[in-house]
Ligand binder design. Sequence first.
Ligand SMILES: [Zn+2]
Length: 485
Amino acid sequence: MAEKKEKSTEKGLSEKKENFSEWYSQIIERAEIVDTRLEMKGFIVVRPWGTLIIEKMYDFYEEELQKKNHKPVIMPSVISEANLKKESDHVQGFTPEVFWLKTEKGEDKLALRPTSETLFTPMFKLWIRSHRDLPLKLYQRGSVFRLDTKATRPLIRGREFQWIESHNAFATKKQAENQVQEDIGITETIMHQKFGIPFLPLKRPTWDKFAGAEYTIGSDVIMPDGKLIQQPSTHLMGQKFSKAFDAKFKDEKGNEDYLWTTAYGPAISRILVSVISTHGDDKGLVLPFCISPIQIIIVPIYTKENKEKIIAYAKRIKNKFKKYRVEIDERDFYTPGWKFNEWELKGVPFRIEIGEKELKKDNLTLFLRDDRKKELLSLRNINKLDKYFEEFDNRLKKNAEKILKNSIINCKTKEEIKKVIKEGKIAKTNFCSIEKEGIKCAEYVEKEINADIRGILATKKEISSGNCVICNKPAKEIVYIGRSY
Ligand SMILES: [Zn+2]
């Protein structure tokens, strides 16, 4: 027994409520999601446990994109300087953040892609001749690179991150705008309904849109410290990129027009941040059943004498769950207690404990990771568990929805906004405009309240009545204000 490690002797995690920032830094390392020890600013190693989760998340996303008729492509990781610089707003927005590569003398300068509009649009120009080739809906999965000079944080803000970017071309503005709405629907289906992360789909103020877009709709998710993190955003590019690249098509009457394009970019590694932060607790991760690399961990409790019997029983149970990802933790050199802590830290949704007591009566002890309750079940009633598995993700989702709902507070004065922001919540209030004329009021909010105008609800028009809380002019919109990452 002497060499058996006891995890309980190790220092516990910081309390998530008390010190979220420290809790986050500890959990991503201890649960073996990432390793930052290569010590290159903004670049991290994602370890097997983290990678397996990310792969599952990619699977759900790609399946949904393909259902909506997007086709995958593999684009180069580099962009020529000439192409990157074709759209002027875009280049101004991104150039300071570009990694440039050394090339051979006489060759075009190359940039590591910070985003890929300037790779897709020249291909649209070649692939699309007429309305018959439209719509063209593509996506790629991969990394992008941004030379961020600010402080980086693993998975939250890095110089390289894993995402999917979908780029689409249409014949009309209406079709392009429908795509933007469909993208919000994909975020809803996957990030909210599958991964249990509710969000506010917000049309960003014009001063906060993607460089080169007509408008941007971001998805804001609340973190345990009350700050908002931007999750998938979708952009109406309009005809800006197609004009820059002279990408045209012929309509039914034979008239030429520029393509209408959109882009959507779910950053999978960043969505993982919300999964970790929203569902996790002081014992570690709590992973949704649908993306946990191991969904059920069986921990056999045995001695030298009864090991064979107990393991055989564990295998019998495992065989009953063929459609799930189940493993038996047979490692002799760890105690059952150590294993319990280990799998709780890693967020496995269900644990089955079996020992002599369970074996005798054909029972099993089931442990639920989220509420940490144990239940003794008979092997005869094992079908009941399918329902448990379904309910698990639903419970995580419902809890997260409650948190978001309770965080949104209607405010009528500057003082109320200040108070709400201090409490780590989101202020909802009358505001003059998210177009250019509102920028002064936005600057006031940034300076005096230390928060941002995040935008207006993009899925439903919320009618404002009354005046802007800042300048007192008639309010055109109802905005959401919060601190952000
Ligand atoms: Zn105003």
